[in-house]
Design a protein around this ligand. Structure first.
Ligand code: GTP
Ligand code: SPV
Ligand code: MN
Length: 589
């Protein structure tokens, strides 16, 4: 069915944006290889990109963003719903009218002397009923080129747009890159995003957090599905059966690494397939199971810590046709960051383009990243392009907690699992500007990304569990517990396969567990730790529920829930009360 109206409304919107921003020229992107090459050449000429060593890193480039523009700006991100209460207490809110009045002057003439790129993109596999179309208008060639990696861009999206009832609009301009004049505004009722003043990451690549999470979460509640900050992986066991798992960890807390896990040699026959590393769109299928697609086509992943030891699949992925941002540069024209294999270089150029030597702070920005096509990942799942998505058997929530949260536990049921997700906490990371390492509540890893009132989001989650008897089991993990000397107690990375195996065992009713106040924990025998060189007493810490710490945790959770007033579902307060009683030992049920 052809709908000329979608095309006509796109043309009208492009004209309207061009009138406002006054570019020299309007470039309609078709997503072709030739166009991508042209963009890279233009940016190499004007210094936006630096070609890396063409022998070791063919098709790879380095981009340096403005030093004040290196991470998502949560304080400058707004939900512009008609009603303030629909944004809720955890989002910044601006009225749609005020947003227009404040941002229009920033867009007016902002593209003078520059090109306006029209970038149509498809989120999700071609031909999937769950995929959705968006168009980003941007004056950043870096954004346009990055979107060719991150999305299915160009003609394939235009084809889908012409048969779609609507599409999500995103207008983006670099503006003057000043944080004083930077705003990332979402108009969920209009399916519209306005972003000005930033050229980096989630602020500027609008399909990612702005559409696929903030706008999509709003749509998902209306339409009865879930848009989540989750990786999707396929866990293959000896014999070849593959079970799919989705996991929500906050920014820079290990989604990419878990999605690409390579088991150590001791775990013969086990394998992980990557379906997605950041975002999952999930719908209950006709068979009652929850199916997930990855709306993205590429990875925009954290560089520091990435190495052949921690993530060999990613190292293989980023060897070619990758755009690196804010990493350091070695004299031989290869990229470098803290945690990369091999010796620390005795000199380099840091992420700001300044000469660097060991001891002179970080060479790569802690939130430096690379943008690489998912197809280049050796672990990419054969189901990556499957229009039906993959059936999810387990959902994992997780955070970065030096203490409190044990290595892994299973929720008693869906409702308790929603409570576990809704009350989770995690230490902040460099993925957003602001203080790093402070514990904050980050329900379902969505605190920066839920496009509506989180009390309603919790209600939506509770409701989703009643749609089907086949809802996945829910777990919580924490790879980041530290010992008295501050070092990690759990080896993490490839060894996380041991935890995935326990989780799989639980979904099969096979793995043993002990019932604790917070959920089911592995018995010491049911978690395979053979051959691991854990420090003295580590396993005890990893698998213990410290009642005193949990009572403090309980108070933190209550404070968080109170922010939502009456709007928060009573079920969550009930779960909170049950946990309190179990911790007090007055209720063992
Ligand atoms: P976003 O892209 O921001 O959403 O992050 P992410 O959740 O995909 O995080 P990612 O996998 O990129 O990991 C972030 C940082 O945590 C990197 O420096 C990793 O090396 C580190 N990390 C990941 N997994 C583990 C683990 O199991 N143990 C430890 N100690 N560190 C880990
Ligand atoms: C995150 O911060 O969770 C990211 C990176 O995945 S960004 O696209 O910048 O949001
Ligand atoms: Mn993310």
């Amino acid at each position: 069915m052809s709908s000329p109206s979608a095309r006509a409304s796109l043309d009208g919107w492009v004209e309207e944006c061009a009138r406002l921003t006054q570019p020299d020229r309007v470039v309609w992107c078709d997503g072709s290889e030739a166009e991508y090459t042209r963009l890279l050449e233009e940016m190499s000429r004007d210094g936006t990109l630096l070609p890396l060593d063409p022998v070791t890193h063919p098709g790879c480039y380095l981009h340096r963003s403005h030093p004040s523009d290196v991470a998502r700006s949560e304080n400058l991100t707004f939900i512009c719903s008609q009603n303030r209460d629909d944004a809720g207490p955890t989002n910044n809110w601006m009225s749609p009218q005020e947003a227009r009045e404040r941002l229009e002057p920033l867009f007016r003439g902002s593209m003078k002397g520059r090109a306006l790129y029209v970038v149509p993109y498809l989120m999700g596999p071609v031909g999937s009923p769950y995929s959705k179309v968006g168009v980003e208008i941007t004056d950043s060639a870096y954004v346009a080129a990055s979107l060719r990696i991150m999305t299915r861009m160009g003609r394939v999206a235009m084809n889908r747009l012409e048969e779609s009832p609507g599409f999500v609009r995103g207008l983006h301009s670099l503006g003057d890159l000043s944080p004083e004049r930077r705003f990332i505004c979402h108009f969920p009722e209009q399916k519209l995003i306005w972003s000005v003043g930033s050229g980096y990451g989630g602020n500027a690549l609008l399909p990612k957090k702005c559409f696929a999470l903030r706008i999509a979460s709003w749509m998902a509640r209306q339409e009865g599905w879930l848009a989540e900050h989750m990786l999707i992986l396929g866990l293959e066991e000896p014999g070849g059966t593959v079970t799919y798992i989705a996991a929500a960890f906050p920014s820079a807390c290990g989604k990419t690494n878990l999605a690409m896990l390579v088991p150590p040699a001791s775990q013969k026959g086990w394998r992980v397939w990557t379906v997605g590393d950041d975002i999952a769109w999930m719908h209950f299928g006709p068979d009652g199971r929850l199916y997930a697609i990855n709306p993205e086509a590429g990875f925009f992943a954290v560089a520091p810590g990435t190495s052949a030891r921690t993530n060999p699949s990613m190292m293989a992925t980023i060897g070619r046709d990758t755009i690196y941002t804010n990493v350091a540069l070695r004299p031989d024209g290869t990229p470098w960051w803290e945690g990369l294999d091999g010796p620390v270089p005795d000199r380099a150029i840091d992420w700001q383009g300044r000469p660097w030597q060991p001891g002179a702070g970080k060479a790569a920005h802690p939130n430096s990243r690379f943008t690489a096509p998912a197809r280049q990942c050796p672990a990419i799942s054969p189901k990556f392009d499957d229009p039906a998505g993959v059936p999810i058997s387990a959902i994992i929530f997780g955070g970065r907690r030096g203490r409190v949260a044990p290595l892994v536990y299973e929720a008693f049921d869906w409702r308790h699992g929603v409570f576990v997700g809704a009350s989770m906490g995690s230490e902040t990371t460099a993925a957003a500007t602001g203080q790093v390492g402070v514990v904050r509540r980050d329900p379902m890893a969505m605190i920066p990304f839920c496009g509506y009132n989180m009390a309603d989001y919790f209600r939506h989650w509770l409701k989703m569990g009643t749609v089907s008897d086949e809802a996945p089991s829910i777990f919580h993990v924490n790879w980041f517990q530290t010992g008295p000397d501050g070092s990690y107690l759990w080896p993490g990375f490839g060894e996380n396969i041991r935890v995935l195996r326990w989780i799989l065992g639980r979904t099969r009713g096979q793995a043993q567990a002990v019932r604790t106040p917070i959920g089911h924990l592995p018995t010491p025998e049911s978690l395979d730790v053979s051959g691991l060189r854990l420090s003295e007493g580590a396993l005890g810490y990893l698998l213990t529920v410290d009642r005193d710490l949990w009572k403090t945790e309980l108070e933190d959770q209550a404070q968080f829930f109170r922010r939502f007033g009456d709007r928060i579902p009573q079920e969550l307060w009930d779960e909170h009360e049950r946990l309190r009683r179990r911790l007090d030992g007055s209720d063992e049920s």
